[in-house]
Design a protein around this ligand. Structure first.
Ligand code: GLY
Ligand code: MN
Ligand code: MN
Length: 462
């Protein structure tokens, strides 16, 4: 079916890659019980939503190589709808979603063997949906039982992620627009949290991490976001050195830094922003020295992010600045670790900077998409990791293209250790922005929240 519906266009692009006799099966996410009669909040499967824009649970999509799409969805059921809410239902689905046919999900097991018959390859997302492989196996078995009557059974099973990940990696204009709006909401939320922290401390209140988390959530929902894109990190003081810390009950104290890594999800797309700020609005000398270093390393990474550059270029630019800075401020001692080249070569910076500088961002906060350049996948080299001694197979890093979206998130995390100046102990800093790659450089879509130390101090005074 030709259509100006964006989801139908995406399905047509998938169909064109399945082969004439191929078939693809894509379920949405399962509903997950939380306790007794209460489920976790339902979140659709990203692949399924990318191809349908349909957010109901209990739904499956089938695409065939001839370009036809079939939807299986929850049937209309007044009694269930009274309890659980509106269902589109199979009768209304073709017009609403531009699919060619729709059935009740109760007919899935009856229809799938018929749809699989006389196909050569069946595609589905590998290792995403628990139990899907055996379900497909069961349907294939039913087709096999009919081969003596002349039916053909698919001989190949292929990973649909290979097709969909490449498509999702480059965001179209509509996706970019949604991601800009998501980042703007998140930026406002960060500003509110910074201001609340300073205000409560000025008023002498007992500030806790969860107070700032509440402020974030409030602004996310005010902006129309459905939920946070991931568990918000609100880490006061030394907690900032725990990379996957979650907002908890720890006190937010004057004189300490607060690291907030939080972003909302809007209409299926994530934002992912980190800011680190002084709880009371004023950086101390050592805090400011490290903050400015992380920001300088981020500036270098931003300058390295443009179409034609490699995914690893921003990381390498970051590491150069951080490594030099660690020597300059005395986090590392040149007498022990040598020159900046040695620090990079031996990965001595890893003590204070142990993660990569970014990841793809999109429907998923750590979005899909290969980090290896597909046209150079055969060019394998080997290197020995200087810290673990492990031999690592390297393939050329992905060449950035306009419309790819990635985070740029350098940091420094200083745990107390021998030889580390005490004035830096327990300081954890990360600065994270979201970037759309353009031909000339990149567009930072998350800068609605200031990033320069002076600007953060000014907004917290206001
Ligand atoms: N918030 C997850 C990340 O920064 O990767
Ligand atoms: Mn991130
Ligand atoms: Mn983050």
């Amino acid at each position: 079916m030709s259509s100006n519906n964006i989801y139908a266009q995406r399905r047509a692009r998938v169909a064109a890659q399945l082969g004439e006799d191929g078939i693809a099966i894509i379920p949405t996410a399962p509903e997950r019980p939380r306790n007794r009669d209460s489920d976790f909040l339902f979140r659709h499967d990203s692949y399924f939503y990318y191809l349908t824009g349909f957010a109901e649970p209990k739904a499956w999509l089938v695409i065939t190589g001839d370009g036809r799409s079939t939807l299986f969805c929850a049937p209309k059921d007044l009694e269930r709808e009274i309890w659980d809410g509106f269902r589109l239902g199979p009768q209304a689905a073709p017009a609403a979603l531009s699919v060619d046919a729709a059935y009740s999900v109760d007919e899935l097991d009856a229809q799938l063997p018929k749809l699989l018959e006389n196909r050569d390859a069946v595609w589905y997302p590998f290792a995403i949906h628990e139990g899907l492989e055996s379900r497909v196996g069961g349907w294939l078995n039913q087709v096999r039982a009919r081969v003596r009557y002349g039916a053909l059974c698919p001989e190949q099973q292929r990973d649909l992620c290979a097709i969909l990940d490449e498509m999702r990696l480059v965001k179209d204009a509509g996706e970019q627009d949604t991601m800009r709006r998501a980042a703007q909401i998140s930026a406002r939320a960060h500003i509110r949290a910074m201001r609340l922290s300073a205000k409560m401390l000025r008023e002498g209140q007992d500030v806790r991490e969860y107070h700032l988390d509440a402020e974030l959530l409030h602004e996310f929902r005010l902006g129309g976001s459905q939920y946070p894109a991931y568990g918000s990190i609100v880490a006061a003081g030394a907690n900032a050195c725990v990379l996957h810390y979650r907002a908890d009950v720890a006190p937010v104290r004057k004189g300490e830094l607060v690291l907030i890594d939080a972003g909302c999800e809007l209409d299926g797309y994530a934002s992912d922003i980190t800011r680190t700020f002084p709880a009371d609005g004023k950086f101390s000398g050592p805090q400011r020295a490290l903050y400015d270093l992380v920001l300088a390393s981020q500036d270098a990474a931003v300058a390295a992010t443009r179409a034609g550059a490699r995914f690893t270029d921003p990381h390498e630019a970051t590491v150069k600045v951080l490594a030099q800075g660690m020597l300059d401020v005395g986090l590392l001692d040149a007498n022990k670790v040598g020159s900046v080249e040695d620090v990079i070569e031996k990965r001595a910076y890893f003590q204070f900077y142990m993660h990569r500088t970014g990841h793809w961002l999109g429907m998923d906060v750590h979005d899909c998409g290969s980090y290896v350049e597909p046209s150079e996948v055969g060019e394998v080299s080997e290197r020995k990791d200087p810290l673990s001694g492990e031999v690592i197979k390297n393939r050329p890093s992905r060449v950035l293209q306009p419309g790819m979206v990635l985070t740029i998130e350098p940091g420094l995390y200083v745990r107390p250790a021998e030889g580390v100046p005490e004035k830096f102990h327990n300081i954890g800093i990360r600065i994270e922005d979201d970037a759309i790659v353009t031909a000339e450089g990149c567009e930072l879509i998350s800068r609605g929240v200031p990033v320069k130390a002076d600007e953060i101090e000014a907004l917290m005074r206001a």
